[in-house]
Design a protein around this ligand. Sequence first.
Ligand SMILES: Cc1ncc(COP(=O)(O)O)c(C=O)c1O
Length: 375
Amino acid sequence: MIPFNRPWFADAEVEMLSQALRGGHTSGNGPFTARAEAQLEQIQGHGRSLLTTSCTHALEMSARLLDLQPGDEVIVPSYTFVSTASAFLWNGARPVFADVRADTLTMDPESAESLINDRTRAICIVHYAGVGADPEVFAAMAERHGLMLIEDNAHGLGGTYQCQRLGTFGALSTLSFHETKNITCGEGGALVVNAAPLIDRAEILREKGTDRSKFVRGQVDKYTWVDSGSSWVLSDLLAGILVAQLDRFPQIDQERRRIWQVYHDALQDWSGTNSVIQPHIPNGAEHTGHMYYLRLADRASRDRFISHMKDRGVMTVFHYQSLHSSPMGQRLGEQARWCPNSDAASDGLVRLPLFVGLSESDQARIIQAIVEFRP
Ligand SMILES: Cc1ncc(COP(=O)(O)O)c(C=O)c1O
């Protein structure tokens, strides 16, 4: 079976992990954390990167930094991972679901703006599949309405929009280093703080409400409890793995985008003939090769495609299910919401295997199996 995903760990990861183990600093905020954060800051070219235990936790830190009050609302796309919404709910706000664009499956600016009211505090966009979610439009919208813009950049490390890195448009952005992401340490994430006044508080929140980060940097001689917070620091062992991955970031990025392009070119005719929709990359957007997906007309065709591929030894998987119509979305009172593009993607989208190490012959086998399928 060709798997859907296989993380690429090399000898360098094993070496960094053993250096971290032997070095004696295995908790968070140690030397490997500092190195990985510096590498991220170099890639992003902006903001302060703070490693966290997951992207979910980085989103929760964003919610905390908003100081949400009961009744506050945060606009998120319906077509996203649960954490984009649950992080705000967990911190006292009501997530409100906008539809996504039919072509990119990123949040539709018109749909989002129609949901803004005097309870809205923030907009959280998702760069789905590493394609910029109209970040300039949303940055202007947030400014116009006095809201905070947060970028859930779980898929978008290294991507750009109009030559600007994804993750640098909002006051805050979040990254994921989960096993399925382009750069991984198994589980992990980062909060990127672009708004300088929020950096101190973000560091404090991550360190259980203490100023331990200043202590680690030698800026205070003891650390103490100064605010609320939680334990969101990543172990230096995992940060060691991340350092090795980030050292190979250009290679990983290039190879994923090469594999993406092979699918895109090889499946063009078959997609056109069979009314299957390929990913759309808008002018000015540079994607990250995070995922290659196809969109079939409905759930029945998509499910038939998945079992057709499974019979031929290829694992393909569907993706998000609309949040507005999920059991939790319904409990939040979203019964009346209509997000047809999000629903269509939930039903028809399927993701193909894409990982560094996918051989040319295996990719050719996948493509052959696809073109034998008649939707
Ligand atoms: C858009 C998006 N946001 C957040 C997450 C959560 O990431 P993590 O597993 O690092 O918490 C995911 C996970 O796949 C995701 O796709």
